[in-house]
Design a protein around this ligand. Structure first.
Ligand code: GLC
Ligand code: CA
Length: 527
């Protein structure tokens, strides 16, 4: 098998910023964020120092799942603007050195997509997975003249595109091999979609549910083959574009062809433990199937960075220089950092860690000012996934200012109310205050950008995987973070912290480093 082209050089320096388009910035006063709104806020992004934006789906959709139910892959939803407006945004961002990635919903469409309507009325159409009669477990009855039932991929209104099954079964006649005609048409369609948007100047895609394509696929071998084929095609046709997967298991997804994969709240043999063991404090979005755990970034000091470090070591050893792991602060499906018992004063240490670890950092819009997860919101555009899993709390409007709607001009925004707390953080207030979280994130990004040793290719030596967490980057930079409330010390031996680059509540005395509660420090070791 031929190997892949190396990832485009720009990716190693990427600092991702995830924009939820409906909630970011509204230019025309209809209460819904839009492309022109984002374009008007590019100053914020370039001042912050992020260089790669990922936009959640912005395509024609009935918005039953906030746009993850795509009804037309080649045209944007009118509520966000036109294809031209998107192209203009990409162009204006590009002039400031900011790339834009779109979301590729590869595994399913909306049940209103014309492909599905056609398939629901034509028993010879195999773009979707159809049981010819009855309604087997997990299937949904046909809405059209075609008898039988279709397989959904997520919500019932998101029929799975047919990429085939890895194994056939006489009892399940709907299982088609991966090279049947329907699966081949769908693979071709993915290339057409990618080609369309890359041609408009987009820089790649975050791929939704990337591991879901081929069904009953042990070890994801057949799903991986599809991505390998697509990566080879991309290497030939769009060598500067990247694929970032929502998969949560970089050891599998990157060898399959992705340039980078997220550590997620799910995925891999331990079901998202790497990320959850850092951030998930039992509040916000909680899946009842998760075993309770004490996360590391918690005042109690009962957690440990070990589950994360071990998962990172396994994955990064498997990847070598073939690709990257991405580490999000949170995302549109998961609690924000500022959630439940975690308060704003605990966030600086979290960013000091996230922006100095050898992963690609992804900042979820609003986390840079410490926006809070808002509990108890109504089910909005499919936000509720379980009794304790409401994603709306992480999707509230970006808090630009302290007006009643946070800078959104009407109260009609689908994800209103904004955080009702009278002292909620805003961009305006934090921009004016250089002791704010926003300024710290800005400085940390600048430091990382100016310091290759702090990037994903610099080495890391873990000195102490506990409270405080101590590591050395590139043999030259000492990082200390203490996410618990209590003070913590560690004997550094021969290591002498030199020049303080970004420090709060961390000091060395003799051979011992002491970090106050929620303290952090980045030092340049004496040369
Ligand atoms: C992914 C998306 C999520 C969506 C689901 C179905 O997990 O991140 O928001 O609901 O896929 O497309
Ligand atoms: Ca608008």
């Amino acid at each position: 098998m031929t190997s892949f082209r190396p990832a485009p050089a720009w990716l190693a320096d990427a600092v991702f910023y995830q924009i939820y388009p409906q909630s970011f910035a509204d230019s025309n006063g209809d209460g819904i964020g839009d492309f022109d709104g984002i374009a008007e806020r590019l100053d914020h992004l370039s001042w912050l120092g992020v260089n790669t934006v990922w936009l959640n789906p912005c395509f024609v959709s009935p918005f039953g799942d906030a746009g993850y139910d795509v009804a037309d892959y080649l045209n944007v939803a009118p509520r966000y603007g036109s294809n031209d407006d998107l192209a203009k945004l990409v162009d204006r961002a590009g002039r400031r050195g900011i790339r834009v990635l779109l979301d590729l919903v590869a595994g399913h469409t909306s049940d209103r997509h014309p492909w599905f309507t056609a398939s629901a009325n034509d028993p010879d159409d195999h773009r979707y997975i159809w049981a010819p009669q009855g309604c087997p477990d997990g299937f949904v009855a046909s809405p059209g003249s075609r008898p039988g039932a279709y397989l959904p991929n997520f919500f019932a209104f998101q029929p799975a595109l047919n990429f085939g099954y890895a194994r056939e079964s006489p009892d399940e006649p709907w299982r088609q091999p991966v090279d049947a005609q329907g699966p081949r048409a769908n693979r071709e369609a993915l290339r057409t979609i990618m080609d369309h948007w890359l041609g408009l100047g987009l820089s790649g895609f975050r791929v939704d549910m990337a591991s879901s394509l081929v069904k009953d696929d042990p070890g994801k071998a057949e799903t991986s083959r599809i991505w390998t084929e697509l990566r080879h095609w991309l290497d030939r046709t769009h060598p500067e574009a990247v694929l970032l997967s929502e998969w949560g298991e970089p050891e599998i997804s990157v060898p399959a062809g992705f340039h980078t994969d997220f550590f997620l709240q799910f995925g891999g043999p331990a079901d998202g433990l790497a990320l959850r063991s850092l951030w998930s404090n039992g509040s916000g979005t909680v899946n009842l199937e998760w075993d309770p755990l004490d996360c590391f970034f918690d005042a109690s000091g009962k957690g440990s960075p070990r589950p994360f470090v071990e998962a990172w070591q396994r994955a990064s050893t498997a990847l070598g220089s073939s690709g990257f792991i991405s580490l999000p602060t949170s995302n549109h499906d998961f609690s924000r950092l500022n959630c439940g018992p975690r308060s704003a004063d605990q966030l600086p240490a979290a960013f000091a860690f996230q922006l100095t670890w050898p992963t690609l950092p992804a900042i979820y819009y609003g986390d840079e000012i410490g926006m809070r997860y808002v509990p108890g919101l109504p089910d909005t555009e499919g936000s509720v996934l379980g009794p304790r899993y409401n994603r709306a709390g992480s999707r509230t409007p970006m808090q630009w200012d302290d007006g009643p709607n946070a800078g959104f001009s009407t109260s009609e925004h689908p994800y209103l109310p904004v955080d009702p707390a009278p002292d909620r953080p805003t961009v305006a207030a934090q921009r004016a205050d250089d002791t704010s979280l926003l300024h710290l994130v800005h400085r940390l990004i600048a430091l990382r950008t100016a310091t290759p040793e702090l990037g994903p290719n610099g080495s890391v030596e873990v000195v102490h995987a506990g409270y405080p967490f101590v590591y050395v980057r590139g043999g030259r930079y000492l990082v200390v973070v203490n996410p618990q409330q209590g003070q913590a010390s560690y004997p550094l031996g021969n290591i002498r912290p030199g020049r303080a680059l970004e420090v709060s509540g961390v000091a060395a005395d003799g051979g011992t480093i002491t970090a106050e509660g929620f303290g952090y420090g980045i030092f340049e070791l004496p040369g």
